[in-house]
Ligand binder design. Structure first.
Ligand SMILES: [Zn+2]
Length: 107
């Protein structure tokens, strides 16, 4: 799913990603992501994750309170992003889970 962030100056959505800021490809305006109120969540490869993205686990994870574990390569579809140190909110095998961003990559 595409991020629908638009340039506040020219309203075009053709944006370059400068890391912690956006740069408009149309008019060159730059602005801080933090100022725009977005939660910026980066995956294991440093790519920005957005709500609705599909991600894949990059390492095995223990499931709290259960003897099972999630295998690296498990796909999580349609994630949600939340505040905190486990910002990935996704459903794995029917269970809602919060996962650290560095344990996933964009699928
Ligand atoms: Zn612009």
């Amino acid at each position: 799913m595409e991020d629908t962030t638009a340039c506040p100056i020219c309203t075009m959505t053709d944006l370059l990603d400068g890391g912690d800021y956006h740069e408009c490809a149309t008019c060159g305006h730059e602005w801080d992501k933090a100022e725009s109120g977005e939660v910026v969540v980066l995956d294991a490869n440093g790519k920005e994750l957005n709500k609705g993205d599909d991600v894949t686990l990059v390492k095995d994870l223990k499931i709290n309170g259960k003897s099972g574990r999630l295998k690296a390569g498990t796909k999580i579809k349609g994630i949600n992003l939340v505040d905190g140190d486990h910002p990935i909110d996704g459903k794995v095998e029917g269970r809602s889970m919060l996962i650290k961003a560095e344990f996933v990559k964009l699928a």
